[in-house]
Every structure is written in C-alpha cells, then in structure tokens.
Design a protein around this ligand. Structure first.
Ligand SMILES: C[S@@+](CC[C@H](N)C(=O)[O-])C[C@H]1O[C@@H](n2cnc3c(N)ncnc32)[C@H](O)[C@@H]1O
Length: 294
C-alpha cells in the first residue's frame, strides 16, 4: 500500500475526505428540483430515518454474522476460482461444481450490500422525491431495497418498489428480510436475469420515478438497462448507477455515455455512484469526491 493510500484510509484522511466532499456539495448550485433534492438529502436527515436505519442495521448485523449457506449459480468458474483464492473472508465461497458456488449469508451480505450511509441517502431521496414507481436492478439480500422500501413506507403515498435479482437464493433471503421488516406491501421481488424480468417490471410499474441500477456492472449491459429504463422515466426522474468507477473501466465509459445522452439533463457523481436526472432542467454535470452525509 502506498503512503498516499495509507494516509487516505487513516481516520485523518477519512475526515479530510468528508470535509472536501461536504465543501464540494455546498458549491454546487442548480435550478433543477431533483438535483436540489439530492443536495438537500446530503445535508438533512429525513423523518423516521434514524428509527428505520437502526432496524435495518440490526438485521444487517444479524445477516453479516450468519453462516447460513447460500448456493448461487455461476457461469464463470475460473473467475470464481480467482475470487475464492483472493477472498480474505472468514468463510470464503466454495466452488461446488462448474455451475454452483456455496457462499454464506454473512459473506454475501458483507460483499454485496451498500454500506449504511448509502442506504440512508436512498431513504432520504425517497423521502424528498416521493416517487410512486421505484425500480432496483440487483436486490442481493435486500439491504438497499429495505432502505428504499422503508422510505416508501414513511412517505405513505402508496409508492412501490420492484426489485430484480437473478439468484433465487438471494431473492428468497431478501423476501424474508422485507417480511421481517414489515415492508412486504411496498416491495415486489422478482427472480430472474434482468434480460428476462426488466421488461415485465417496467410494464407493471407503468413508468419509473426512481431507479437504482446495482447489478451486472459492465459496459454494454449497463447501457442496455439505461436504454430500457430511460424512455419510461418520468420528467425529472432519477436514475442511480452504482460502481460507475468500478475496476471494470467499461463502467466509467458507460456512465460517461449516460451523462451525454440527450435525455439526461444533469448529473451528480458522488464517489463511485452516478445520479442522472432525466428530462429535468439543464443543470450540468457535477462531481463530489465521496459521500459525506450530515
Ligand atoms: C451489488 S449486488 C446488489 C446489492 C444491493 N443493491 C444492496 O446494496 O443491498 C448485485 C446483485 O445483482 C445480481 N445480478 C447481477 N447481474 C444480474 C443479472 N444480469 N440479472 C439479475 N441479477 C443480476 C447479483 O446476483 C447480485 O445479487
């Protein structure tokens, strides 16, 4: 690890990063209501956020500690061999055969779920934007979906979330989590590959106000999902893309193309998460180094 990387990872480095991010966010001015909602969400907690975050984080801790087996289907055993060899997890995945890997609920939760502050930001966005039609690509075991659904529950205007997951085992665990949190009325979990489920989900929703695209982080699939979702996104709707500066350089390229699309009137990139406003007020493209919630 270089001196610079070590410094950035230290508590002092983390505080400095938060201060810089906070200053960058304050410097952004925009007349677009969705961008303004995002900037406000960075600064101000939403009603009931603390209570919901506490409940969801209790569940996350329970799941992170769980050794319950989760068998997932795979198509790329060699990549998994590398992942397993590199895993530092106390319970690394085990290759069962060329098409299945056995993981634990703890490992899946630790590796795939957005951290608490990102969950809170999703909750705040739902509170500020009050979307009726939310879509998530990539449920995993349901952590980010819980924050979205809890936001919908708090807003209480009948908004719903359809969340899509390719792994049946993960989808089942997410369904269980939503039920435990009493959020089943807000969420519809659909199992299957995005290519098979996205069209149906969009037809059911009848449009999109807020989407969180957090699965299949590669160039062409990301552009395909954008191409499917953008035309049915409401004016001022928000599309959130995770991992836009991921190790896969294709994601950075895909995000740059999304930003340049004529329907995207503004964007904010916060760390490695891209927020694109569709058919809003032209508001330019902004970057904030990382997430600093107040
Ligand atoms: C990063 S995880 C999602 C994490 C979740 N949003 C959270 O923060 O709690 C990505 C998920 O997308 C799923 N996924 C990836 N590619 C997919 C595809 N083509 N179709 C369906 N699901 C897919 C994976 O199985 C994985 O569970």
């Amino acid at each position: 690890m270089s001196v610079k990387t070590r410094l950035l990872a230290s508590p002092v480095g983390q505080t400095a990063k938060r201060v810089i991010a906070d200053q960058q966010a304050r410097r952004i001015t925009s007349s677009d209501p969705t961008v303004r909602s995002l900037l406000t969400a960075l600064r101000a907690a939403a009603p009931d956020e603390g209570r919901w975050a506490e409940r969801i984080e209790v569940e996350r801790r329970r799941m992170r500690a769980s050794t319950e087996p989760v068998v997932v289907e795979i198509t790329d055993p060699d990549r998994w061999r590398t992942t397993i060899a590199r895993s530092r997890d106390a319970h690394p995945p085990v290759l069962l055969d060329e098409s299945h890997v056995q993981r634990t609920l703890g490992e899946v939760t630790r590796v795939t779920s957005k951290p608490p502050h990102w969950g809170r930001l999703l909750f705040r966005l739902v509170h500020r934007l009050a979307p009726q039609r939310c879509l998530e690509l990539g449920t995993s075991v349901g952590i980010s979906g819980s924050y979205l659904a809890a936001g919908l529950h708090t807003v209480g205007s009948g908004g719903r979330l359809i969340t899509l997951e390719g792994q049946a085992s993960s989808a089942a665990l997410a369904t269980r989590l939503f039920a435990e949190l009493g959020l089943d009325a807000q969420v519809d979990v659909r199992t299957g590959w995005f290519d098979d489920t996205l069209e149906g989900a969009l037809a059911t929703l009848g449009g999109v106000d807020l989407a969180f695209i957090d699965g299949h982080h590669e160039y062409q699939p990301t552009l395909n999902y954008f191409a499917a979702v953008e035309p049915v996104t409401a004016p001022g709707g928000l599309l959130v893309f995770d991992d836009v500066s991921y190790w896969d350089k294709g994601m950075a390229r895909a995000w740059a193309e999304v930003q340049q699309h004529p329907a995207v009137t503004g964007s904010v990139t916060i760390g490695s998460v891209g927020f694109a406003v569709v058919r809003g007020t032209p508001s330019g493209h902004h970057r904030i180094a990382g997430l600093a919630l107040r």
